[in-house]
Design a binder for this molecule. Structure first.
Ligand SMILES: *Cc1c(COP(=O)(O)O)cnc(C)c1O
Length: 475
């Protein structure tokens, strides 16, 4: 009769495991520290198992050494995987905040890698050989595209708003409509950002209606600016009134107060031309005479994460001197990706085709239908244990942009025969390359709008791998 003590002595020694051929091979590709860590964890687990065995179970316990080695190899490879990796987005939400918002196209890769892997002109003026500024690389192109006098790029739009308010309205009152006290996911709230900047929030009007006279009555000695915030991720409908930009600018001029606008998801393209709802464009705000405008680089613009500030040179020059600018400064890879993205905008037709976000938004429903048809046919060829349907659905823009827009789309719906739809969703999500899907009406839904065709093979392989009932599954 074995007792626990003898079971403990069966546990292999770490050094012996390290000397196994298979583990030696593993050590040629993985860092020793990872392999050791995994061996220790597995041995600890066995120790715990033995410690917790009841008397009757002691006889049954058997340590399977080959399986232990296999598990160590699996765990180590798993542990060595990158945590931040690509996923396939089948949700149809184009600017999916949790999945990284805007995608960059392949053509941006060279621009980014070029400055990341070599020394670059980041802060040198090659004409004079003197020290230059990292901000010049995109300033020209932004002012040309928008018509603004000057531009500055920081880490994200939240930083942009904070920098603007801190530079232009510290210890002064900033007048904002109660209908525009926006909260964006991820803890960006206009009143809180304002507090951080040192500006004092002066709310006017009501949630649904704010009139010009509300702003005018609030103006006094302490007023530093008028602020308009685009209600990116919600709409107030029904009995409503907002003051237009032109009127606000006129009021600002009359009282010598700058007008600031946070457009949030800044777009250079008028989407109403493509049959979508009208979203204010950056150029319109510049033309209306707004003094300072801020927007994100990775929402509707379709570039890298960045906060773009444009407007009057006298204010931008002050911002460049604000120490916060140093804290919010953008990295060279971002600047390269932004410059390469912005260049595409000189030709709007080109931009629609080549900037993935714009391409996905403006994709024709017929094009999506044939794309879905192709995926369905491929799936059918594999004779997977599931039902496969083609159906109409709606995609969303996401990223807190155009919340009411529903883009007509086509989806593949899958209902597995052998496992539950929840289990299938989970397995795909935990797959080597995670595939993010959604469940609707007991079916797994794949909206092809956000799937690249080169990802079809990956989806097919994943479905083949995960679809069948596996040993150890409990249903
Ligand atoms: C998204 C958004 C922000 C925050 O922009 P980030 O680039 O995510 O920092 C700020 N204001 C508005 C109105 C927005 O829509």
């Amino acid at each position: 009769m074995p007792d626990k003590k003898s079971l403990f002595t069966q546990i292999p020694k770490i050094d012996d495991i390290l000397n196994e051929d298979k583990i030696c091979q593993l050590l040629m590709t993985l860092p020793r520290i990872i392999v050791l860590d995994v061996i220790r964890k597995n041995i600890e687990e066995i120790r715990m198992q033995i410690a917790q065995l009841s008397e009757e179970k002691i006889n049954e316990f058997q340590l399977r050494y080959p399986e232990l080695l296999e598990k160590i190899i699996r765990d180590a490879n798993e542990k060595d995987k990158m945590s931040l990796t690509k996923v396939v987005n089948t949700t149809g939400v184009i600017l999916h905040t949790n999945l990284g918002r805007a995608l960059l196209s392949d053509e941006i890769k060279a621009a980014v890698w070029n400055v990341a892997s070599s020394y670059s002109t980041l802060e040198i003026d090659v004409k004079t050989g003197k020290r230059g500024s990292r901000y010049v690389h995109v300033e020209d192109i932004i002012t040309r595209l928008t018509g603004a006098e000057s531009a500055l790029v920081v880490n994200n739009n939240a930083a942009a708003v904070l920098l603007v308010l801190s530079t232009m309205a510290k210890n002064k009152e900033v007048i904002v409509s109660r209908g525009q006290l926006v909260e964006i996911g991820g803890s960006f709230r206009v009143p809180e950002v304002m507090e951080q900047s040192g500006a004092l929030l002066r709310e006017v009007g009501s949630t649904n209606k704010t009139h010009l006279f509300d702003y005018e009555r609030a103006i006094r000695e302490e007023t530093g600016a008028l602020l308009k915030v685009h209600t990116s991720n919600y709409r107030i409908l029904g009995f409503t009134e907002e003051v237009g930009l032109k009127e606000l600018v006129e009021l600002g001029r009359k009282h010598c107060l700058p007008v600031i606008e946070d457009i949030g998801s800044g777009t250079f393209i008028d989407f109403s031309k493509y049959g979508l709802a009208k979203e204010p464009t950056v150029q319109e705000s510049v033309a209306a005479g707004v003094d300072i405008i801020t927007f994100s680089g990775d929402k509707l613009l379709g570039g890298p994460q960045a906060g773009i500030i444009i407007g009057k040179k006298k204010y931008i020059d002050l911002m460049k001197k604000n120490p916060l600018t140093r804290a919010f400064r953008v990295d060279k890879m971002t600047l390269a990706a932004l410059e390469a993205t912005l260049k595409i905008y000189f030709d709007e037709e080109d931009a629609i085709k080549r900037i993935p976000t714009l391409h996905m938004i403006t994709m024709k429903v017929e094009e999506i239908e044939s794309k879905a048809q192709r995926l369905k046919e491929l799936l059918k060829q594999y004779k997977l244990p599931c039902s496969i349907l083609l159906n109409q659905a709606f995609s969303q823009i996401g990223g807190g942009s155009m919340p009411l827009v529903e883009l007509p789309s086509w989806v593949i719906q899958i209902k597995p025969n052998q496992i539950s739809v929840n289990e299938l969703e989970k397995r795909l999500r935990e797959y080597r390359t995670p595939i993010i899907t959604r469940i609707q009406d007991e079916q797994l839904v794949f909206d092809v709008r956000t799937i690249k065709e080169e990802e079809y093979a990956l989806i097919l392989n994943a479905l083949v791998d995960v679809m069948e009932i596996k040993k150890g599954d409990s249903y």
